[in-house]
Design a protein. Structure first.
Length: 305
């Protein structure tokens, strides 16, 4: 019995990662029947079942999940080798993929990184903290910028910045005339909040619960820009990190007491990718860009994958 070919393993790994053979085929630049044939060859030659077929997608069997752990490591090693060769050949040419919760924290890091590595192509994908972390763990992102520390032995976590929360109010709202507010002032108020995966929302709701304050979620918006516009239209109060607040004549940003109501931005990557040259250079840029502003301080529980 011969060993499997690299093409078959690549087809398997791409299918396991993408969740369907058609998506894997697009990623690999192959036809769907070719990917299907590679996987069928593996299954028939070794007498194993790698996937359950479910509708248009697939799900890993127990054995398939074990094999994916091995092929995942192979793919990671190939990417590391390619990055190493690119950096040695062309003084940090290559492609760096970032995942970030928003532009406000990543851009100062990116400005310094681009100054040091102007030939590197950078792509940034936005998402909430859990999506960013999943991207790092699944090798979709080289580096992630998210809220809160990460409790995972595989992940290197660099504290970047503490971000106090501010409450947004329309200028006509009774609270808007105050210089600052307490959580008790918010009892019974209607709010425009981010989606459930938002770190800002999680910190805010934890602070409300600890203070015994109840508010009503009147509207959910998928971005902080959407929250601000809804507040400006009088649809409720909102909450954002102070660093993400962009002044608007229609809206007032109110500091909240207690002042420890804050999110904590971290830069993360896989520990076994710390030696990758582009990741090293980006972490150096993040170190140069970060502002401590009270770090360390009591933080909410670390985010788990």
């Amino acid at each position: 019995m011969g060993v499997s070919s690299s093409a078959e393993l690549r087809a398997f790994e791409a299918t396991a990662r993408a969740g369907s053979m058609s998506a894997a085929a697009r990623q690999l630049g192959l036809s769907q029947p070719t990917v299907s044939a590679h996987i069928a060859s593996l299954e028939q030659r070794f007498g194993v079942e790698l996937f359950y077929r479910c509708g248009r997608g697939v799900a890993l069997t127990e054995f398939g999940a074990l094999l994916h752990e091995a092929t995942h490591r192979i793919r990671r090693a190939e990417e590391e080798a390619e990055l190493l060769l690119l950096s040695a050949r062309s003084q940090y040419q290559g492609h760096l993929r970032l995942g970030a919760i928003g532009p406000y924290n990543v851009l100062p890091m990116l400005r310094r990184f681009r100054a040091a590595c102007p030939k590197v192509q950078v792509s940034v994908r936005m998402g909430d903290s859990r999506a960013v972390l999943r991207g790092v763990l699944d090798l979709e992102h080289d580096v992630g910028i998210l809220l809160h520390a990460v409790d995972d032995a595989r992940v290197h976590c660099l504290p970047y910045r503490r971000q106090p929360l501010v409450v947004l109010a329309p200028r006509a709202h009774p609270l808007a005339a105050r210089g600052q507010i307490s959580l008790a002032d918010l009892h019974g108020q209607e709010f425009v909040l981010r989606e459930a995966g938002s770190g800002t929302r999680a910190v805010f709701e934890a602070g409300l619960a600890a203070a015994g304050v109840q508010v009503r979620c009147a509207l959910v918006m998928g971005s902080r820009e959407g929250v601000k516009e809804a507040v400006a239209q009088g649809l409720g109060l909102g909450v954002v990190a102070a660093t993400a607040w962009v002044p608007d004549d229609r809206v007032v940003a109110l500091p909240v007491q207690p002042a420890d109501l804050a999110t904590h931005v971290h830069v993360v990557c896989l520990k076994d990718r710390l030696q990758a040259s582009l990741i090293q250079r980006f972490l150096q840029a993040a170190q140069a860009a970060r502002t401590i502003d009270g770090f360390p301080c009591p933080e909410p529980p670390a985010l788990r994958p």
